[in-house]
Design a protein around this ligand. Structure first.
Ligand SMILES: C[S@@+](CC[C@H](N)C(=O)[O-])C[C@H]1O[C@@H](n2cnc3c(N)ncnc32)[C@H](O)[C@@H]1O
Length: 269
């Protein structure tokens, strides 16, 4: 084996070890160690492919794709809750018209704290993966920049949405996708802020994890189970908050959306 190849493989092993340490210790220092490799040492596309850690397909996103494909001119879009920068983020990067701006907002920090919640293995696991998620998002954004001919300007914002959104000016975004915290009080604040920062002339607000329509009976059931992230077949916090703030929404396979036109929420355009 050539020295060059041997060096390459040993550096890949180092990167892998860094990732394992990142996962086990939940510290960010290895990110700093990996970034120079990402950006300079090796053929970036190859290395970036190796660093692809997680990909979960989500059938719900086809409905978001249909909405995004209707845009023909550049827009300004916001995603609340990016996690690994896969799924919805990839879709936005792929389908936003050239010249668009995309803002990715995530705390990448434990978000269960402060909520009086029942034990939930899935949410706990997500909390333990957030540092890896941050790294993966950077990777995906860099990879997209290197591999796509369409220019989409991406800004990554790390912070709790309730702290960040209130700093943003009214009328800023044409498209907002809400997929951050699923707990009632957080979703409610995300929705209220979104209604203010969405383009009042015409904008689309949408989100994930609304498995049932927010009818009065479903809202009543949800209000009794807000200490569960997931109850029976739905997210009580998302359902109650959407029902209270947005009221009427379109929903398909858990993906929900609504339009804002001349300052009013409307189901159709
Ligand atoms: C369900 S995941 C997002 C999944 C992503 N949209 C996708 O399609 O793969 C939820 C994300 O929201 C983030 N999050 C939770 N609460 C938040 C908050 N209050 N502010 C900002 N981000 C938050 C978490 O860190 C997590 O990465």
């Amino acid at each position: 084996m050539l020295t060059k190849e041997r060096n390459f493989i040993s550096t890949l092993s180092l990167v892998r070890r860094q990732l394992v340490s990142l996962y086990e210790n939940s510290i960010e220092a290895p990110i700093i160690a990996i970034l120079p490799c990402l950006l300079s040492n090796f053929p970036p596309k190859f290395l970036l492919k190796i660093l692809r850690i997680q990909r979960v397909d989500n059938g719900r996103l086809q409905h978001m794709e249909e909405i995004l494909n209707r845009y023909k001119k550049p827009i300004r879009a916001l995603e609340i809750g990016t996690f690994f920068g896969d799924n919805s983020t990839q879709l936005l990067l792929k389908h936003l018209p050239a010249g668009s701006e995309l803002f990715l907002l995530d705390g990448w920090q434990k978000y269960r704290e402060g909520h009086n919640l029942k034990e939930d293995k899935y949410a706990k696991k997500m909390d333990s993966l957030l540092h890896l998620g941050f790294l993966s998002t950077i990777r995906n954004v860099v990879f997209n920049k290197l591999s796509s001919k369409r220019e989409v300007k991406v800004t990554i914002i790390r912070g709790k949405s309730s702290n960040v959104l209130k700093l943003l000016a009214s009328n800023t975004f044409d498209f907002i996708y809400i997929d951050g915290s699923h707990y009632y009080s957080d979703v409610k604040v995300d929705l209220q802020n979104s209604l203010r920062i969405i383009n009042q002339k015409f904008g689309i607000i949408c989100g994930d994890d609304l498995e049932r329509m927010p009818t009065l009976s479903n809202m009543s059931l949800a209000s009794k189970h807000l200490d569960n992230d997931f109850y029976q077949d739905f997210h009580p916090g998302v359902l109650l908050a959407v029902g209270e703030v947005i009221r009427s929404v379109n929903m398909k396979d858990g993906f929900w959306w609504t339009f804002v036109r001349e300052g009013n929420i409307t189901l159709r355009i």
